[in-house]
Design a protein around this ligand. Structure first.
Ligand SMILES: Cc1cc2nc3c(=O)[nH]c(=O)nc-3n(C[C@H](O)[C@H](O)[C@H](O)COP(=O)(O)OP(=O)(O)OC[C@H]3O[C@@H](n4cnc5c(N)ncnc54)[C@H](O)[C@@H]3O)c2cc1C
Length: 361
């Protein structure tokens, strides 16, 4: 059978492909229909000497108002999918173009534990290893055993094991050391059939407090539903409407600082060090809650600057109130970061990826 030709479109507006609904056009845009078309799209970009960007669900992305003078590649079909037993575990191989939340629901329906707390996170499977998505006490790295990817340097497909992916908090090989080098085409998750759900996070435990007091462990399905309901209250659920639904999720990472800096931070906040929300991060360091720092620096929920605002339900989500420009969002981002730095000496780090900006952004 003849292979379908690569369909390349020009000047495609990117805003509708992002959850922030912000950003100008892509010079070229192609949706690839299988692994063989990836090499074609890559050689199309190389032939024109243009940069290539892999777009997933656009849920961790801020595109500039000018757009992207390069080739945007989207994995148009889910590609591979397979499932096999490995002792007491199940290895679930999922194509990069599959919707992540559908995968979580599938796993929960099958009674497979390991990703139930990652319910309701927008985006595709291919994006999950990139920033090692995490929420409510789970990280996707805990279950990833293999990532299949196209290596732009060698022009070959590779299978990277867990160690090779170099996962950390909101980081991996794919967004740090080898940023832009790999196109992820499939991810294999190791899940536990009949396993207990994770109840590590305070919000989740609180949700089940009465049930747990009676000695009743919640089921996988109950934890999945609880996470979705907690996320909904915070405006962090995939597909939610209204301005709070036009975000890229948390805009700032939780900063990790030396334990020794806590007294100074507490003094700036007029609090005791023990009142600062903190989690041990090893090596004499603590992870602080970025939301707490932002609020203490004077930015409350619903705070607006033009058409960019802080979500009315979650301090860390910057939202598009309607027709906001990328420049407006960046204005708000900078105001928040400067205020936190001035008050606490803590440099916040942005979570969403920038596309179409000069590198210093
Ligand atoms: C409402 C909301 C809530 C969110 N909550 C969370 C949360 O709880 N935890 C969390 O960790 N994140 C959260 N996010 C952020 C986001 O959903 C995740 O980072 C998600 O995994 C991004 O996937 P994506 O497919 O949308 O990637 P995109 O936004 O399209 O791309 C993000 C980056 O990944 C790269 N990429 C995407 N696909 C591939 C691929 N196949 N191969 C190589 N590179 C690729 C892109 O090039 C880009 O650099 C949230 C976002 C929103 C809007």
């Amino acid at each position: 059978m003849p292979r379908p030709a690569l369909n390349v479109q020009e000047f495609v507006p990117l805003a509708p492909y992002t959850t922030l609904r912000i950003g100008g056009p892509a010079r070229f845009f192609c949706e690839v229909k299988g692994e063989t078309q990836i090499a074609e799209a890559v050689s199309f970009a190389k032939g024109r000497n243009l940069p290539l960007f892999v777009l997933g669900g656009g849920s961790n992305l801020l595109v500039s108002d000018a757009g992207f003078d390069g080739v945007v590649l989207r994995l148009g079909v889910p590609f591979a999918k397979g499932e096999r037993r490995d002792g007491k575990s199940v290895l679930l191989e999922v194509g990069a173009g599959e919707n992540w939340d559908d995968v979580v629901r599938y796993a929960v329906d099958c009674g497979y534990a390991g990703i139930e707390c990652l319910a309701g996170i927008p985006g595709d499977v291919g994006g999950t290893p990139v920033q090692n998505v995490g929420a409510y006490g789970q990280e996707v790295a805990e279950t990833i055993v293999q990532v299949r990817a196209y290596d732009l340097e060698t022009g070959a497909f590779v299978d990277l094991d867990h160690e090779a992916c170099r996962f950390g908090y909101r980081r991996s090989l794919f967004n740090v050391e080898a940023r832009g080098r790999y196109i992820v085409t499939a991810v294999t998750y190791k899940l536990r059939p009949g396993g207990e759900p994770a109840l590590r996070y305070a919000d989740v435990r609180r949700h089940f407090a009465a049930q747990l007091e009676r000695g009743l462990q919640p089921s996988l399905r109950q934890v999945y539903e609880a996470v979705r309901s907690i996320r909904e209250q915070k405006g962090m659920l995939v597909g939610q409407g209204g301005p709070d639904g036009r975000s890229a999720g948390s805009f700032f990472k939780n900063p990790v600082v030396p334990l020794a800096t806590l007294p100074e931070i507490a003094l700036s906040a007029g609090r005791g060090a023990e009142e600062i929300p903190q989690y041990p991060a090893g090596d004499g360091r603590v992870k602080l809650a970025a939301a707490w720092l932002v609020e203490q620096a004077g930015f409350h929920k619903g705070f607006a600057m033009g058409r960019a605002a802080i979500s009315s339900r979650h301090t860390l989500a910057l939202v598009n109130l309607g027709d906001a420009t990328a420049a407006e969002l960046i204005g708000l981002r900078d105001a928040v970061m400067t205020a936190v730095k001035d008050k606490f000496g803590v440099q916040l780090e942005q979570e969403p990826v920038m596309l179409g900006w000069p590198s210093q952004h």
